[in-house]
Design a protein around this ligand. Structure first.
Ligand code: GLN
Length: 484
């Protein structure tokens, strides 16, 4: 069960080689054994998961099985899940039990997948190392002294150490792809609006997007088949025909034009990472693809623009945590204002407070034009760069992250160094494009991720290119030592 793909697990359930109850128990046992050193899960509820597995077995018995029925999936603790604690990695929501399901959770429940538990994450998804979680840092299974990346670090560690066959994540500026790169598995951020944000705790609403985290592109495609679809409960959910992402994986990639932005290979990229990426590109050439030089001239503005837009939206979204309706409330206070102040002072961690302060500042009357409006204009420039690039190529490739996993604590005191982790991922969020990270090699036994960026709605193209690469290489099948 340990290393089987989702398709193989599904076939085994179909053939009754094992039941969902057995499969779920197998992974819960792994969580019990390995979670104390990884801290990948915030909430594990064995009784709930097993009850879901029993129901899934009934569905299978009744012949109502679809591809992921009976398969346990770890869910990032940003997705509201009815009856489950949903904390978003924050003290503010430490005891919040969600009264409803997010659409993503609903879709998995609907087809009889099993919720294996809620995974650890940076507080309100703000971070690149999973060190801002109120529930403690997550460790990288490849080296416990290193960070797993963030903010979906719990899901990342869970997939890399095979505590779960697959997991969900969210990506506002890189939080699926950067941890996928640092932990050596496959992660995909869909086109903005493809997966409903309903019930997904909001960080920066114009950027947030949920996606799959799994061993292979094929597994990600199968999860995407479940996760996407129009949802009238999310005003930014796109009303378009649902695609089948797993049907086009095997298409030949002869003549595929791969654009390589020169800006992705300038300062800031570790030279060993660069070598791994270049080797992966040579592999693509061998597979029949053509490499084309392109330019994304405004990429260097992506981080500054993001760190105006994302905090602005966050400061607005997080104003709901006032101690009145739900979540944490301070114990002692004099009056209403005092209650607000103390609740937010005690309930939020430092990184969240930093973003609220920045966001409130850039939105304030005197500074709106200078910062927020300017950042929105840059966002448009970045989008246009991609538009022009896609006139010359079919997909864009480059590194997912500037380095391999770094040591815990190394960047904690230096927010700007931390923000640079997303230098290759953020521009795609600003442009709303789909992008994924796939394992492409190692440096000193730490994984390196290759990023594939598609044009809007071209998930099938990047999944296809990733799948063909994975059929010809085995980087994605390697797993960290000491987890068997
Ligand atoms: N690291 C980025 C940030 O801290 C992105 C986080 C994310 O994608 N959720 O904002």
């Amino acid at each position: 069960m340990l290393n089987l793909s989702l398709k193989k697990l599904s076939q085994a359930l179909e053939k009754k080689e094992f039941t969902s109850v057995e499969l779920t128990q197998f992974f819960l046992n792994r969580v019990k054994k390995l979670n104390p050193s990884l801290n990948a899960f915030i909430t594990v509820d064995e009784a709930k998961s097993m009850a879901m597995a029993e129901k899934s077995d009934q569905l299978i018995q009744a012949g109502k099985k679809t591809m992921l029925t009976g398969i346990p999936i770890a869910q990032k603790d940003i997705f509201c899940s009815e009856g489950w604690k949903t904390t978003c990695g924050s003290k503010m929501l430490e005891n919040f039990i969600s009264p409803y399901d997010s659409t993503v959770i609903h879709k998995f429940n609907d087809i009889g997948a099993v919720n294996l538990g809620k995974t650890n994450m940076d507080e309100f998804a703000m971070g690149s190392s999973n060190e801002t979680s109120y529930f403690g840092p997550v460790r990288n299974p490849w080296d416990l002294n290193c960070v797993p990346g963030g903010s979906s670090g719990g899901s990342a560690a869970a997939v890399a150490a095979r505590l779960a066959p697959a997991a969900t994540g969210t990506d506002t500026g890189g939080s699926i792809r950067q941890p996928a790169s640092l932990c050596g598995f496959t992660g995909l951020k869909p086109t903005y609006g493809l997966v409903s944000r309903y019930g997904m705790i909001a960080f920066a609403s114009s950027l947030d997007q949920a996606g799959p985290m799994a061993i292979s592109a094929e597994d990600c495609a199968l999860m995407l088949d479940v996760m996407t679809g129009h949802d009238e409960k999310d005003s930014t959910s796109l009303d378009r025909k649902k695609e089948n992402y797993s049907n086009f994986l095997d298409k030949k990639i002869d003549g595929l034009r791969i654009g390589i932005p020169k800006e992705f290979f300038e300062d800031g990229l570790n030279s060993d990472v660069q070598k791994v990426i270049q080797e992966a590109l040579r592999q693509y050439e061998k597979l029949g693809a053509k490499i084309i030089d392109i330019s994304l001239p405004n990429n260097h503005l992506a981080i500054p623009a993001y760190y105006v837009i994302a905090p602005a939206e966050a400061s607005s979204n997080l104003s709901r945590y006032d101690g009145v309706r739900y979540g944490y409330r301070t114990k002692e206070y004099d009056d209403l204002m005092d209650m607000y102040f103390k609740t937010r002072q005690e309930g939020f961690g430092d990184e969240v407070k930093r973003r609220i302060l920045i966001g409130t500042y850039v939105l304030s009357a005197g500074y709106f034009d200078a910062y927020y409006l300017k950042a929105q204009k840059i966002r448009r420039l970045i989008s246009n760069d991609f538009k022009l690039a896609y006139e010359k190529c079919d997909i864009i490739m480059g590194p997912s992250a500037p380095s391999v996993a770094f040591k815990s604590g190394e960047k904690q005191e230096d927010p700007l160094a931390m923000y640079m982790q997303d230098i290759f991922t953020i521009s795609t969020n600003l442009a709303g494009l789909p992008a994924m990270s796939i394992p492409a090699g190692f440096i000193n036994e730490l994984p390196v991720g290759l990023q594939l960026i598609g044009n809007h709605f071209e998930e099938t193209k990047i999944l296809n290119a990733a799948h063909i690469y994975q059929k010809n290489t085995d980087w994605h099948l390697k797993s960290p030592k000491g987890i068997d």
